[in-house]
Design a protein around this ligand. Sequence first.
Ligand code: URA
Length: 431
Amino acid sequence: MRAVDIIIKKREKEQLTAQEIDFFVQGFTNGDIPDYQASSFAMAVLLNGMTNFETTDLTLSMARSGQVLDLSKIVDVVVDKHSSGGVGDKTSISVMPMVAACGLPVGKMSGRGLGFSGGTLDKLESIPGYRVDLTTDEFKAQLKEKGIVLTGQSLDLAPADGKMYALRDVTGTVPSMPLIASSIMCKKIAAGATAIVLDVKVGMGAFMQTLEEGRELAELMVDIGRLAGRKTVALLSDMNQPLGSAVGNALEMIEAIEALRGKAPSDYMEHILHVTAHVLLLGGRVNTLEEGRAMAQRSIEDGSALDKLRLLVSAQGGDVSYVDDTSKFERAKLVEVVKAPRGGFVSQVHARIVGEASVALGAGRAKKGDPIDYAVGFLILKKVGDVVQEGEPLCEIHANDAEKLKEAHAAILASYQFSNEPVPPLPLFYE
Ligand code: URA
C-alpha cells in the first residue's frame, strides 16, 4: 500500500477501506508518512467528505494510534465533556472542576487552539508550570488519587490526533465534519471516558454554521460514541457571538476561575450550570436536570468546585497562587476601549471576526508550533440585545503591539452591528 494511492482515491471521491485508513493513520503517527502527504489527505477529506463508515474507521484508527485506556479497574464511571470549538469558550475549565466536586471522576483530553477557535490546553498553559503532557501512567494515577485530570494528547494517547490537529490548524483543513468528529471522538475513546457530553457549537463563530450542520455533526459523534460503547449525548449551543466576555488565553482563564466564585457574566454562568447538569445526569449522579443544576450551583456556593480546580492545577504542576489571585496572570502592555459609534440595540457581535482578530493579536498560531501570547485578547462588554449609547464602551482590547492593536480596533468595530429596534438576546442552547 502507498500513501499517495490513498490520497488519490480520496481525491477521486472513492470510499476508503478500513485497512487503507488504518495504514495512513498508523504511518503518519510513526513518521513513515510525512506532513505534506497528511496535509494533502486532510484537504482531500475536507473537499470530498467521508461516509459515516469511513469516519468511524478513521476515529477508531486514530484512537488506536496509541493506548486505549480501560479505566474500569480504577473508577466505575469517568465523565467527559467536549466542545466542537468556538470563540470565548472556556467552558471545560469551569465545568470539569464542578463535576468533580459533585462526586464524578473526570478524565479529559483537550486540544489546542484551532483556526479562529481557542483551545483549552493553551488557556491552561497560561498558568506557569501547568503540564498538559501527562503520560498514561500519570493520567491513571491522578484520576485515581485526585478524581480530576485535564491534559492533552500525550505520546501514548491518540498521538495521531495530536499530529493531525497541529497540521489542520495551519493548512486550512479544520472545518470538515469527518475530521472534526474523528478528532473529538478518538480523544474521548482513547482516554477511557464512559459518559460523554458533546457541546456542539453552531453559528458564525463555529465550524458548523447552521443548525442543520450542527445536528449532523452531533448525530455522527453520538453514533460513533455509542458504537464504541460509551454513553454519549450532544447539546447544540449558540456560537454566533463569543461566549461570556473574555476572548484570549489568560483573560479566559481568569473568567473561568472567577465563574467558580460565582462572578462571571450571566450567559457564561448559565451555560456552565446547564452543561454541568447534563454531565451529572449522564454520569448517573442525579436523576433529573434540575437536581443536577442545583448540585452544580452548590459546588460554586460552597467553594468545592474552586477547591477541585486548585487540586487539578497543583496535581499538574501549575502555580496554584494564580487561582487564588487572578491578578497574577500575565497582562498585555496596551489596553484600549472600543466605543460605540452610534446608539441603539446591539444586533450582532460576529464571533468569527472576533476570533480571527484575537489570533491576529497573537492569541493563536499562524503556523505549526508558533509561540502564542497568553496576555492578548478582548473583553466583550456589550452583547446582542444590549442597549448602548453612542460613545459607551463596547469592548476592551488587550494587545502587546501598537500596529496589531489598531487592526484589532477596526475588526471589533466591523464585528458589531446595531439596530434602532429592540433585539432579543440570542438563545444559549438550541437543542
Ligand atoms: N475540537 C477537537 O478536538 N477537534 C476538532 O477538530 C475540533 C474541535
